[in-house]
Design a protein around this ligand. Sequence first.
Ligand code: FES
Ligand code: FES
Length: 159
Amino acid sequence: MDMAIRLTVNGKAVEATVDPRTLLVQLIRETLQLTGTHVGCDTAQCGACTVHMNGRAVKACSMLALQAQGAEITTIEGLATDGALHPMQAAFRECHGLQCGFCTPGMVMSAVQLLKDKPQASEQEIREGLEGNICRCTGYHNIVKAVQLCQSGKVSATA
Ligand code: FES
Ligand code: FES
């Protein structure tokens, strides 16, 4: 039997009726049409589906939508403010921290969480902190550089 769910997504109140088996990532992508959140593995390994739930990074493929009942969700679409990129997004752009871009939304969401938890993270800690996010293109070096640039505060939000 379908069930009602209410939550806040990118600052907006959302109500939907979902099959209890619906994954959070399905609700985000298919019901809410927020397709910036990607599905790579569907088995909690690649991190492409990473979003923030109540201020913590979670893999949306490994949760049921109903587990987000009443929660505040932020997806990659909610990171920019007033059309200006989040500094982490701007840093990824500046450092060429992406190639195909498939991993990028999840990588950015995880990186934002990482610096929130450890603002002074070392290069090693950044690499370890992003272990749950797989990138098949970049070799990770420019991703780490992007996180370090954001960390330095030398990149600012840009349109
Ligand atoms: Fe969720 Fe890969 S799609 S971790
Ligand atoms: Fe292609 Fe990371 S940029 S998977």
